[in-house]
Ligand binder design. Sequence first.
Ligand code: UD1
Length: 379
Amino acid sequence: MQIHLIAAARPNFMKIAPLYHALKKEDWAEPVIVHTGQHYDLNMSDAFFTDLKLPAPHIHLGVGSGSHAEQTGKVMIAYEKIIYEKQPDLVVVVGDVNSTLACTIAAIKVNYPIQNSKLKIQNCGRPVVAHLEAGLRSFDRTMPEEINRIATDALADFLWTPSPDGDANLVKEGVDKGKIERVGNIMIDSLEMMRDTIEDENTHLEFGLNKNEFGVVTFHRPANVDNVEILSSLCTSLISISKMIPLVFPVHPRTRKNLEEYGLMPNLAECGSIILTEPLNYIRFMSLVFNCRLAITDSGGIQEETTYLGIPCLTMRPNTERPVTVTEGTNRLCSHTEIESMALDSLKIDRIQRTPPDLWDGQTAHRIVESLKHFRSRQ
Ligand code: UD1
């Protein structure tokens, strides 16, 4: 069974790694890594493959950056050719980036000559498409990721969800319950797979910081970094927070470009208590998260990782597609005007001991493999 694992952007690499390793152990499975090239910088891409012990991608589409339509279109055109050439049985897309949707559309609409099809699943000439991390909804359609999530879930054949809210959202959207399977949170598999290496890393010491005495900051969402007033107000707040606790800020390429364009970089660089770095690889970044006192972010994955580790997290967004991180975890949503007071508040709390959400246990890849075995046995 040829299984394409689609990887495109930084948050995807952690999601395909545990599944690749689990499938590799099965004699019936031939996992093939397809990198669309949405992220291409060394620190945004290659370093993650090394850290997560992944081989170099078997197929690289090399699409690079572009507008949403350009990027989505380029991935669709390039991946459609690959599908016809390789005729995979299953295509696994993960998360909510432009390539997730692009590969779903490409795969769902191909039509191989039926006699050549290796497909034993739906008796039609195309691969089955599975969406890993299905059902998440922010209910905010100004986010490109929400559009990608809704459209991908409307099209995919298997919807593998991380939490009960995912199941409920899909059912409300009219998805056939038979397509939905709760498998848990695959990011936690990566974290557990790499735990020993992360614990040995101690990145904070390189920056001259003590365990539990610094905050980690990441921002890259268009809503936070593309508008000069918002980005400027965010920078002012970060500078104030850094007077209470030093901050490490690995700067995403989109954020760096805008900080430079709006002339905000010198304020951050010269305030003395914010350490600005290039984006870090998985192990080095997770080492910072393991040892920090507080995370301030707009990322999806960090909301989940901090919840799992019991670290207070302030998410600079009006909503989250990961509500269990708020109801069962350590995450709090905040606006750019509230961030300073909420950071002060968070610094009064230490690590929070809570049971992680159900099925966030490092066994998600195993559950997917078992599910695929069961599926094969029914063919
Ligand atoms: C994408 C995802 C977002 C995810 C994020 C993680 C979409 C719609 N967004 O956002 O969900 O949280 O990845 O990082 O798919 N760039 C580089 N080097 C790279 C990649 C990007 O310099 O390796 C720069 C380019 O100028 C590019 C910009 O960053 O135009 C944005 O990259 P893009 O992949 O379009 O979106 P992200 O903001 O990274």
